[in-house]
Write a protein that binds this ligand. Sequence first.
Ligand SMILES: CC(C)(COP(=O)(O)OP(=O)(O)OC[C@H]1O[C@@H](n2cnc3c(N)ncnc32)[C@H](O)[C@@H]1OP(=O)(O)O)[C@@H](O)C(=O)NCCC(=O)NCCS
Length: 332
Amino acid sequence: MEAQCIGESDGLKFWLARPQDYDEVMAISQDVHLGHDYLPHRYHTWMTEKDRVTVLARRDAKLIALESGLVVDGGRTVVVEGLRVCPSERGHGVAGVIQRITDGYIKQVYPSVNIKRFTRVDDPGPEKLSKFIVLALRAVLSLIGEAEGFNRFVVGLKAKLDSIEKTEQSTTTNNQLTVLKDDQQLKALLLDPDLSTRLQLPGGAIIQDWLPLKPVESNLEILKRKNLTWLADTTNDKLRFMSFHTPPYPVPFNGGSLRLTIDMYGENLPLARKALITHLEQVMGELHGTVLVNIYLNQTLWTGMQKVCEGDEGVKQFRDYWEQLFLERELS
Ligand SMILES: CC(C)(COP(=O)(O)OP(=O)(O)OC[C@H]1O[C@@H](n2cnc3c(N)ncnc32)[C@H](O)[C@@H]1OP(=O)(O)O)[C@@H](O)C(=O)NCCC(=O)NCCS
């Protein structure tokens, strides 16, 4: 595939990324997200994904940076992902330059886009935040263990839940979760105008493994291609809880590990505990080697979930409490 140059600035040339740039992109990504980087797994999908633009910055022939944007929400929003600058070039403003070029190119190709959204780990501080609106914060509970240990972990979780239910005298019938296999049922739930208030959706969005999407019809196709497994408490008239997991995928951590992401919505702790068990049961056959589990959830649920997960010898908490920030700014 012939390289396509989209602009020049600050001594850098900007190109649309191609499949054959993979090795160079990986070479500047060695330390990204402490080895939990999704890009090695997603790069080739990104190359052909509809409404995605991935931009590379080069100085002469050398690859310096990458930024990618996916146009969502019916063409109104671009969600930017994957930003990285090669280690030797960090601290000189390259991230700002590639973002400006990418924003401009996306505006040119998709003139209807007027909002830019992204999620990130660290708090950039008030000075950098002044450019953005913080739409939401989500808590993250991180676990790690060897695949063989997850069976025993789930058995332990079930035993804990039984005893909690006995002491809390809560009836399990109130807390039933269904695996949603019917696309029409899922569509009806996601497009329910009350969904956002019922489930306290962060910034009114569903964040699928760091990708924030409004629950609107045009985004359903994007969610569908992620091959998610959805759970919801459909036995109740009013939805109180929904969750899904993204199929486990490889990340570079520790010479090669699996990353499992579980996104949870709602503030109901008993349902969140049950959902964790069900999601783990659903993926058990796919687990191998070291497995990193990130559970993204409402801040009010973190301590309760952390407590129920502690005490296992094989599956342990991997990080202290941390948060996912969801940010937005206008794209002029
Ligand atoms: C984070 C990283 C991309 C910053 O790159 P950098 O070129 O060293 O950043 P600089 O501080 O020199 O550049 C400052 C500009 O980049 C922006 N910027 C810096 N870090 C950013 C981030 N994480 N997200 C968005 N913008 C960022 C600043 O807002 C500033 O923009 P401005 O010039 O428009 O004011 C780089 O350190 C990196 O590649 N880290 C590893 C990968 C990673 O953590 N990526 C972040 C994903 S959220």
